[in-house]
Design a protein around this ligand. Structure first.
Ligand code: FNR
Length: 189
């Protein structure tokens, strides 16, 4: 079976190292995972005033999440948490009340930073958010990737074989996790 995975890049930067990581993960994923990006950049700042009538950009966004079997967050750490743009996107997806897009949807988190703890604190924060959103979240493998210059090329090639193997294994475990979640929580349940 194949599984659709929608991935979020938490950075809006044109030079994002997390986007490079996402590119690498797409290349290293097992063939059973069909990966597509769910963009967050065009979403306005969320307000409950929108709940009565979501704008088209937010409807398209929520539709994209509904069409995938699992979501993967590839995110930087900003001030020891996740970037505001990503939190905004999650808030949109979680609403209106009763239409939380993440409910029972498998998820994974990963990220890279030049710092030696490699987004660990941001990921910890994101885990709490996804837990509240009732998303079954892959506990292990954890992946805190310290980015060094040239680690991933512009084309998404990982230049260090140990890191490539680690990331390949991460995606292999994510595939097995998604398959397990869908066994217990089928899409039409
Ligand atoms: C950072 N950076 C950062 N790094 C980190 O490891 N922990 C942190 O808390 C922060 N905080 C932080 C705040 C803000 C506002 C910025 C702009 C940056 C550095 C960050 O890891 C680096 O800029 C990465 O390149 C960001 O990832 P992208 O956007 O390149 O994917």
């Amino acid at each position: 079976a194949t599984y659709k995975v929608g991935y979020f890049v938490g950075s809006l930067s044109s030079k994002s190292i997390n986007r490079l990581l996402a590119k690498a993960l797409v290349k290293l994923a097992p063939k059973e995972l069909v990966m597509s990006e769910i963009p967050i950049k065009e979403l306005p700042l969320y307000s409950q005033d929108y709940d009565a009538d979501f704008p088209p950009v937010a409807r398209t966004f929520k539709q994209a999440i509904s069409e995938v079997d699992a979501v993967l967050f590839v995110t930087p750490e900003f001030n020891r948490s996740i970037p505001g743009g990503l939190k905004n996107a999650i808030d949109w997806a979680s609403r209106p009340w009763g239409q939380n897009s993440f409910a029972r949807k498998a998820s994974g988190v990963i990220g890279t930073s030049p710092g030696s703890i490699g987004t660990a604190v941001a990921q910890q924060s994101l885990r709490g958010v996804l837990c509240f959103c009732n998303s079954p979240l892959m506990n292990t493998v954890e992946a805190y990737i310290q980015f060094t210059p040239g680690l991933i090329s512009a084309e998404g090639e990982v230049t260090n074989e140990k890191t490539a193997e680690f990331l390949r294994n991460y995606m292999k475990e994510f595939h097995l996790f998604v398959a397990r979640v869908l066994t217990v929580l089928p899409r039409d349940a």
